[in-house]
Design a binder for this molecule. Structure first.
Ligand code: FMN
Length: 671
């Protein structure tokens, strides 16, 4: 099915089995006491799944280059020995692995940070120390030593991280390099640091060592590189001894989404294709490539020579094997939500995956055949019930899944309709297929009662009955103009021109985005996505920036919350800013610290700081939280049944699919 994807790539001294690289991901395990053994299990499973080459998460070449205090460095043989379980496990499973060397530069979240210039990053709390000429030389030496140690540890090569606004990228861009020595000034000088690193690493490592350079092809910040400069750097890397050129997109401080779920699939492959025409090294396309079909198309249409997928290998370690065996419809597709991976890493926790909670937990959460086949009823086919039912059935249990609605999915059926969250459809398709494969008996359109469940035909009962929107006690709440978020999004009830949204949590934001749109989602239309965020595919200005073009809101929307302070504080660490920027650009009004007084024909009456206000509204939408639905719990417990509560039925405070799926899998692992 995928001839381009599965064609080997001969690198001269070694051959990659196929065209897919597992992209670099810092998982947090690198920094934990038993982390390398856990990483070994994590990578071994991906190698066994058939990915052509794995890139590790970034490892610093010296203390100043760490991403934060306590994060991994590789400076000594003793530290290199710790990596051996990883390289051994990958090789035992037929894979290849390179270690990424990442110097965080002025993005380092520690007070020791360094930079080629003196400027502080807008996203950093610390001012950097400007490297002296001697320290620049020393830092190059650190990279060379680190690469040699990686070879000593058994890696097949290294990737030099030259993008995303980290140290190397800071040398290259004029906005962060105000030096007047041979490392600053004209472009030739600014790329000297990158080129010298690659040249000397190659010199030290010899010819038979994979050397990937991750090149920032599109900085997306002002003062970034021009496309002519990108070409120049690509060519220099060829002569300096790189084996492959990987793509880097956007600095961390750029205010343009580059990996979030709202980014169209393969949205940045165009820039890799443009560079490919000018260099002879194989080039790698990255970001939001998440299905074998998309990857095959890019390869066969000449966008790139290799595909990098990072998060898709959290979601499904068997991605390549399933694609090869004509089982692509069984792939658990990355929905790019960041909720369990990047958002966790940013707060110092171990990465995992919302759709695959086993990721990075391979040594402690194992799905093994059950000792005794039990008859299990799972009530509710939302994310928690689906993950529990399919995992339990995979273990060999006899599972019946009851769903009151006619279709599976629960709250995911709301999420999938929000513009920019279309990927959620894929998780539902995955579960539908898993239900077939594992033999779960799905009884949908049936609201099952305690009398049926308790008559003894089940050994254990799992209640995953979900939530219902919370109806706040406000005068006028019963008026026809008041709708819940479920009625608006799921049932598509008619909504007026002026809207007040009660509640500014995740659902309030989703509903406001949904109601502010009048045309096709930009996520499904790359040209409109580029226009919205000011990404210039003609690359007329440095950094590839163009002007933003925002579609005006389809409605006049005011979103309110009782809590004082900024709205959207609780949104995802790496994606919240996108949602806040979207609503701001569409001129959705936000109000905090409000007391709700009443709703009447005119609109919503509130008080703010003791002042009465009226928000004119044709429709008032309730996004004021939800309550657990668990009325089956008591009667079943009273009847002596073994009953478990998971997902929203267990805790409803903030709807959280990550917790729901994780809880479903963990319970199923123990049933
Ligand atoms: N990119 C790096 O170059 N070095 C890193 O250490 C790194 N860590 C990451 C950690 C996580 C949890 C995630 C999700 C991404 C990380 N990335 C890192 C970026 C990925 O390599 C990749 O560019 C990005 O996830 C987009 O590709 P994808 O859509 O295939 O996931």
């Amino acid at each position: 099915r995928y001839p381009a994807l599965f064609s080997p790539l001969d690198l001269g001294f070694t051959t990659l089995n196929n065209r897919v690289i597992m992209g670099s991901m810092h998982t947090g395990l690198e920094d934990e006491p038993d982390g390398f053994n856990r990483l070994a299990a994590f990578y071994a499973e991906r190698a066994a799944g058939g990915v052509g080459l794995i890139v590790t998460g970034g490892i610093a070449p010296g203390a100043a280059g760490r991403t934060g205090p306590g994060s991994a460095v590789l400076m000594t043989e003793a530290q290199a020995e710790k990596h051996r379980p990883v390289t051994d496990a990958v090789h035992r499973n037929g894979g290849k692995i390179v270690m990424q060397i990442l110097h965080a530069g002025r993005y380092s979240a520690q007070s020791l940070l360094v930079s080629p210039g003196s400027g502080q990053a807008p996203i950093s709390s610390f001012a950097p120390h400007m490297l002296t000429a001697g320290e620049v030389e020393q830092t190059i030496g650190d990279f060379v030593r680190c690469a040699a140690l990686a070879r000593f540890a058994g890696y097949d090569g290294v990737e030099i991280m030259g993008s995303e606004g980290y140290l190397i990228n800071e040398f290259i861009a004029s906005q962060t390099n105000d030096r007047d020595d041979k490392w600053g000034g004209p472009y030739e000088n600014r790329i000297r640091f990158a080129v010298e690193i690659v040249r000397r690493v190659r010199e030290g490592a010899g010819p038979d060592f994979i050397l990937i350079y991750r090149l920032s092809m599109l900085d997306l910040v002002s003062g970034g590189s021009t496309f002519e400069e990108v070409i120049q750097l690509g060519k220099k890397m060829e002569s300096a001894g790189a084996t492959l050129l990987n793509t880097g997109i956007g600095w961390h401080e750029a205010r343009i989404p580059t990996i979030a779920t709202c980014v169209p699939r393969a949205a940045f492959a165009w820039v890799t294709k443009r560079l490919r025409a000018h260099v002879s090294l194989p080039v790698v396309a990255t970001n939001r490539i998440n299905t074998p079909e998309v990857a095959e198309t890019l390869l066969s249409e000449g966008y790139c020579d290799l595909i990098s997928m990072a998060r898709p290998f959290l979601a499904d370690p068997q991605f390549m094997r399933k694609a090869r065996d004509n089982r692509a419809d069984e792939i658990n597709i990355c929905i790019a939500c960041n909720q369990a991976c990047l958002d966790q890493v940013f707060v110092g926790k171990t990465a995992s995956c919302l759709v695959n909670p086993l990721a990075c937990h391979e040594t402690e959460l194992m799905i093994v055949p059950a000792a005794h086949r039990k008859r299990i009823a799972v009530v509710g086919a939302g994310p928690a019930g689906l993950s529990c039912a399919t995992t339990a059935a995979r273990r060999g249990h006899d599972v019946t899944l009851y769903e009151a609605a006619t279709e599976i999915g629960g709250q995911f059926n709301i999420a999938k309709k929000i513009p920019g969250k279309e990927e959620f459809h894929n998780t539902l398709a995955y579960f539908r297929r898993q239900i077939e494969l594992t033999g779960v008996k799905l009884l949908s359109g049936i609201r099952v009662g305690a009398e049926i469940l308790s008559v003894g035909s089940f050994d254990e009962i799992v209640l995953a009955t979900g939530v219902t929107p919370r109806i706040p006690n406000i005068e006028g709440i019963g008026l026809a103009k008041v709708l819940t978020y479920a009625e608006v999004v799921r049932d598509e009830r008619i909504v007026g021109q002026r809207v007040a949204v009660i509640g500014a949590g995740g659902i309030g934001f989703d509903v406001s985005e949904y109601l502010s749109r009048s045309s096709e989602s930009e996520t499904l239309n790359p040209a409109r996505f580029n226009a919205r965020w000011g990404i210039d595919t003609e690359y007329r200005l440095p950094g590839g920036l163009g002007s933003e073009c925002v579609e005006p809101s389809a409605r006049e929307i005011t979103m309110l919350q009782r809590k004082p302070g900024k709205t959207g504080e609780g949104l995802g660490r790496t994606t919240g800013w996108i949602h806040r920027a979207e609503l701001k650009a569409r001129r959705v009004m936000t109000m905090s610290g409000v007391t709700y007084r009443r709703i009447d024909e005119a609109g919503l009456h509130v008080a703010i700081a003791g002042q009465d206000r009226m928000i004119p509204a044709d429709t008032v939408v309730l996004c004021a939280g939800q309550e657990s639905l668990r009325e089956l719990y008591q009667p079943l417990s009273d009847a002596g049944c073994i009953v478990h509560l998971i997902g929203g039925a267990d805790v409803a405070v903030e709807l959280d699919a990550r917790r729901a799926i994780d809880q479903g899998v963990r319970l199923a692992a123990l049933l």
